[in-house]
Write a protein that binds this ligand. Structure first.
Ligand code: G4P
Length: 524
């Protein structure tokens, strides 16, 4: 009973956006509501403070991006909220994708002037794949914005999801008056000179004549637009939202903390508590008695004085307790977890227990890799942490022959953390590193040097895609591998990967070997 209550009050979600749409600002305002931080600016200044003590983080500071993913937990109106932060920079999108495997819902922030941007689309694709419930926050209404209807048309078209506005903006930019809450017919007036939240004014409905005294001539436009909203968009259906088919939409300005509380109050009411998770063997339900969880993120350099790593574990079922002995399924051994931590904005503290939906940090000396499962003895493996085919490939070479051991160890550990992917050529044994963006190569080089004392050199290689191959026809598979032996690699788990040089070569291979399936993710 106690566990069921704990599960029901948990909301574990991620905020995602194209860089600069306002993800960090919104996160910070949500933390302010939860009392997890006291002053605005704390989240950003935290980033910079870390940069001052860690060389690696200096990269982050200089580039003005958030490389690290962190977890922020806080209490709000009886709910336990866990926000999983994701790096905004697209070179680290795989990190973001993995984090999305640990959330139960998502808030997508969209810049009202820019609309849907490329990164928004990619992130939505991942949410759609996993049927993750999505809420949209249209941000920066204090600046001139695009017409709300055309913006929502674009959202529906490019993000391929039905939308339902739950609030509606009254103009934007200099003439921005505020937002009207469509469901409880309340008006939130915007006043840029007052940072505190003004109490909402409640009306019987949008035809209430008092509305005119508050927003003047804009009242007529609002009535017209709301009539159109009711005509165009389906009614809000909770089931469709939970199934990932319908996204409720809020408008506001994260910078002015405007419309954020409405978002949060609705979010806690409608967003799902922890959902069942899939393993290779069966579906795991949060209410099950036995603890299970999986590692979705490994974070190095938490403490720059030690080579410390923390494995982030999402609790999927049962009751996690400190000092209990749990089974590490991949290694087939048991572990006592004596100092699990929870995260609160920039602080972490040791915890005694955790429930489904919670994220715990487990200090790691190299036992964990991304995707590892912890249980109370059951040998199950969580699914849903695929590697995607990288976009860029380079041979990696040792630049300091005296340090080859360090280099191998460093590369191994960085790959376990999911910094990039390693493929080994079956033809000549050379190592190929695949990434999503150029920045990852720089991070690898930097970290190998600073953490492992090793130096590497990258060598250009022209490659289009890594394809994980399989076939029911073992003979054909062998024939293919023989024919393409110069292009065959093994991934970190020893699976066959065909490296296609170009879209043309791939197409030819697909046409010639119809019995073989070519996958662009490692999980199929
Ligand atoms: P991100 O995490 O999605 O990358 O975006 P972030 O919150 O860092 O916001 C990007 C920029 O947009 C910041 O300005 C931020 O202040 C601004 N911003 C966020 N929300 C709003 C909003 O509602 N209205 C307006 N007008 N601006 C907003 P910056 O100048 O790049 O950084 P800073 O110096 O203000 O921190």
């Amino acid at each position: 009973m106690y566990i069921t209550e704990e599960i029901k009050r948990r909301r574990t979600f991620g905020i995602v956006s194209h860089p600069d749409a306002g993800k960090t600002t919104l996160t910070e305002k949500l933390l302010l509501f939860g009392g997890a931080i006291r002053v605005a600016g704390a989240v950003k200044s935290n980033k910079i403070r870390k940069a001052a003590v860690s060389d690696f983080m200096e990269i982050e500071r200089q580039r003005g991006i958030s490389v690290a993913t962190s977890v922020m937990g806080f209490e709000y109106k009886g709910y336990k909220i866990n926000i999983l932060d994701t790096p905004g920079h697209q070179d680290f999108q795989e990190d973001t994708f993995r984090t999305l495997t640990a959330v139960d819902s998502v808030i997508i922030v969209i810049d009202a002037a820019k609309g849907v941007e490329p990164q928004t689309e990619k992130l939505m694709n991942v949410c759609r794949l996993r049927h993750t419930p999505v809420i949209l926050f249209i941000n920066k209404l204090d600046r001139p914005a695009r017409d709300s209807f055309s913006l929502l048309d674009e959202v529906e078209e490019t993000l391929r999801i039905k939308v339902r506005p739950l609030s509606w903006p009254i103009s934007s930019g200099d003439s921005f008056k505020g937002v009207y809450n469509i469901f409880d017919h309340s008006l939130l007036l915007f006043n840029p000179s007052i940072q505190e939240i003004q109490p909402a004014v409640r009306f019987g409905d949008v035809h209430d004549p008092r509305l005119d005294s508050h927003i003047g001539r804009d009242a007529a436009v609002l009535r017209e637009e709301l009539e159109l909203v009711e005509g165009v968009y389906p009614a809000f259906d909770h089931g469709s939202y939970l199934a990932g088919h319908l996204a409720p939409v809020f408008f506001g300005s994260a910078l002015y903390n405007f419309g954020v509380q409405e978002l949060l109050d609705t979010f806690v009411k409608i967003a799902p508590s922890p959902r069942p998770a899939h393993t290779e063997e069966r579906e795991v339900h949060p209410e099950e008695g036995n603890f299970t969880g999986f590692v979705f993120k490994i974070h190095a350099n938490i403490d720059p004085n030690h080579r410390s790593r923390i494995a982030f574990v999402k609790v999927c079922s049962g009751h996690f307790q400190r000092n209990n002995v749990y089974t590490h399924v991949r290694l087939g051994k048991t572990l006592r977890i004596s100092s699990p931590t929870a995260f609160m904005a920039d602080q972490k503290e040791t915890i005694e227990e955790a429930f489904p939906g919670d994220i715990i940090g487990v200090p790691d000396t190299g036992n964990f890799i991304i995707g590892d499962t912890l249980t109370e003895g059951e040998m199950i493996r969580f699914r849903g942490l695929p590697s995607f085919s990288p976009e860029l490939f380079r041979y990696v070479e040792n630049a300091d022959p005296m340090k080859s051991k360090q280099l191998h160890k460093g590369i191994d550990q960085l790959m376990d953390e999911g910094v990039a992917q390693l493929f080994i050529s079956q033809f000549n044994g050379r190592k190929i590193i695949g990434t999503v963006g150029q920045l990852q190569f720089e991070v690898i080089q930097y970290r190998l040097e600073h953490e492992y004392g090793a130096r590497c050199r990258f060598e250009a290689i022209s490659m289009y895609k890594a394809c994980w191959i399989e076939s029911d026809d073992a003979k054909k598979l062998e024939e293919f591998k023989k024919r393409k032996y110069q292009k065959m690699c093994l991934d970190k788990r020893g699976r066959d990967v065909f490296m296609a040089d170009s879209p043309f070569i791939l197409q030819m291979a697909q046409e010639e070997f119809k019995e073989i399936k070519f996958h662009f993710t490692s999980e199929f």
